[in-house]
Design a binder for this molecule. Sequence first.
Ligand SMILES: CC(C)(COP(=O)(O)OP(=O)(O)OC[C@H]1O[C@@H](n2cnc3c(N)ncnc32)[C@H](O)[C@@H]1OP(=O)(O)O)[C@@H](O)C(=O)NCCC(=O)NCCS
Length: 184
Amino acid sequence: MIELRKIAGDNIDEVIALEVEENQKEFILETTNLRCFADAHMLNADGIPATPLAIYADDTMVGFLMYIYDTMDHESFENEVFYGKKSYFIWHNMIDKSYQGKGYGKLAFEKMLMDIEFMPNGEAEYAALFYHTSNVIAKTLYASFGFVDTGIIQDNSMLMIKNLDGKITESLVGYDLSERNVSY
Ligand SMILES: CC(C)(COP(=O)(O)OP(=O)(O)OC[C@H]1O[C@@H](n2cnc3c(N)ncnc32)[C@H](O)[C@@H]1OP(=O)(O)O)[C@@H](O)C(=O)NCCC(=O)NCCS
């Protein structure tokens, strides 16, 4: 079973120890889980809600992801329909190198989208993310959940967007929408 759990004193060391392969570091923009966790605190302090979550498979930590709630107001978005709109932006997403390719990334991403569907930080029209243009696995994964390329490329990373029209979980069988799936 895949679960997303809050990061606290009892699991932060494990989050920091998670690693991607050397040749995957550019896919996460050469950042680290520790730096992302620090970003989350700084963003929260600035009033931009950031949600860093540890990914567990049957009680073993296998990955880390983070989303933020923000306005799509970067100047390069000015001519886009989503300019100025609220979005849940997936800031970071990784599965440790020893646990990749086992289906955890997909299940965790699905759980995260279910969480976002509850609009935990406020209403939003979009979910968005960047992926490195050579990261075929990430692109395929996100496209399978309805994210589409925008054509906006920054630092070799493509902006993908998904309209949050309430259809994320409609097709998912057996998910109890009365409960959020994230354990806090
Ligand atoms: C990208 C990442 C999160 C995917 O997680 P994962 O657990 O490895 O992937 P999954 O096993 O859940 O597979 C998800 C999909 O990716 C594709 N995929 C997975 N492994 C693959 C491989 N070795 N070759 C090709 N496609 C692959 C498949 O399409 C798969 O979907 P399917 O099983 O329905 O066909 C993970 O590999 C990772 O952390 N990579 C390094 C960091 C990174 O790239 N992060 C994303 C930044 S945008």
